[in-house]
Design a protein around this ligand. Structure first.
Ligand code: PLP
Length: 343
């Protein structure tokens, strides 16, 4: 079954699977003190410069650990109201940290200094949680991408008011593929303080990395990592997957491919009358309003998620293993179903 439901419906890239198998040799030192983790840490340093690296099982855990490094229980994390940390983590960050999330409405999943500005009036007022982190997702949950200037502006704004900029980088590879820059240019050079680096949505079996750029956030990180149950005793198997991702820039190849499939799908469906694309297609996600009669029959053939049941908006995601044929067959199915409706 091929789907357009999520980039984590897809399997594991064969090179990543091979890397796991190759890592399965004899005994190795546990808890990240192994050779493969050391090699991977070195690769992250080559890519990003001065960085502390921790590995995590999943994106929720990586977000919790990274936010915990930056925020205290009486402080707040400002995010878009579509942010995964707000909508899809079952209150994990607030439960583990005790902080408050302040979700703000945005037209396109992106925060701006102007949207955040109102929160500044609470600084120094004991009756309000104190804004400490601006958290953005790159690419966003709406498939949009912050430009380098937009990211930099948020970092400058955060730092001006003694806050940190956190990036949920579950799909940072897709964003960087779109921006056409280096990983470092998209993050460290924009003054991002701390970021999660996604693997699971880009062809690996299991694993994310937490990249701590700002030295001020490093001291307690290993303890938060352990306390939140994200320190894997056999970390070599997570590190080996990332090594595969960074061999011959596999991360970029896969991200470019899934982005291209999203572009192809967007180009094809925009030719169909009655279909409206609601967000800019800048990464591997599409948001689309279909004629209501089409949604359920289409779902019988392909899995995908509703985004807004009231408006009939749905979300389609492309993966590293989505093929042109998958896209064209999907488009044909949509055409066929629309032809049957008399909207
Ligand atoms: C923006 C974003 N962040 C983080 C995650 C990670 O979630 P999980 O804990 O399921 O790996 C996801 C997965 O959907 C996501 O879309």
């Amino acid at each position: 079954m091929k789907t357009f439901a999520s980039d984590n419906y897809s399997g594991v890239h064969p090179e990543v699977m091979d890397a796991i198998i190759r890592a399965n040799y004899a005994h190795e030192i546990s808890y990240g003190d192994d050779e493969i983790t050391a090699e991977m840490d070195k690769i992250f340093k080559q890519q990003f410069g001065d960085v502390d690296v921790l590995y995590a099982f999943n994106g929720t855990g990586a977000n919790i650990v990274s936010l915990k490094c930056a925020v205290l229980p009486f402080q707040s994390v400002i995010c878009a109201d579509t942010a995964h940390i707000h909508v899809d983590e079952c209150g994990g960050p607030t439960q583990h940290i005790g902080c408050t999330l302040v979700p703000l409405p945005t037209p396109d999943g992106k925060l701006t200094p102007a949207l955040v500005e109102h929160q500044l009036s609470f600084i120094g007022d004991v009756h309000h949680v104190q804004p400490k982190v601006i958290s953005v997702s790159q690419s966003t949950e709406l498939g949009t991408v912050y430009s380098l200037e937009e990211m930099r502006a948020l970092a400058d704004f955060a730092h001006k008011y003694d806050m940190f900029l956190h990036v949920d980088g579950a799909r940072i590879s897709n964003a960087v593929a779109t921006l056409g820059c280096t990983l470092k240019e998209a993050t460290v050079d924009c003054e991002v303080d701390i970021m999660t680096f996604g693997g699971t949505k880009n062809g690996i079996m299991m694993g994310e990395a937490i990249l701590i750029f700002n030295k001020k956030l490093r001291k307690h990180a290993p303890y938060y990592h352990k306390q939140t149950a994200q320190l894997y005793s056999k970390n070599r198997f997570i590190a080996a997957q990332f090594k595969a991702l960074f061999t011959n820039e596999l991360w970029k190849e896969m991200a470019l491919h899934s982005n291209q499939m999203a572009q192809l799908l967007a180009a094809e469906i925009s030719k169909i009358e009655g279909v409206t694309i609601t967000q800019k297609v800048e990464a591997n996600a599409l948001f689309v309003i279909l004629p209501k009669e089409v949604v359920e029959p289409l779902r019988k053939a392909y899995r995908f998620y509703d985004w807004n049941v009231e408006t009939g908006e749905v979300r389609w995601m492309c993966s590293f293993d989505t093929t042109k044929e998958d896209v064209m067959e999907f488009v044909e199915k949509i055409k066929e179903l629309i032809a049957k409706t008399d909207f």
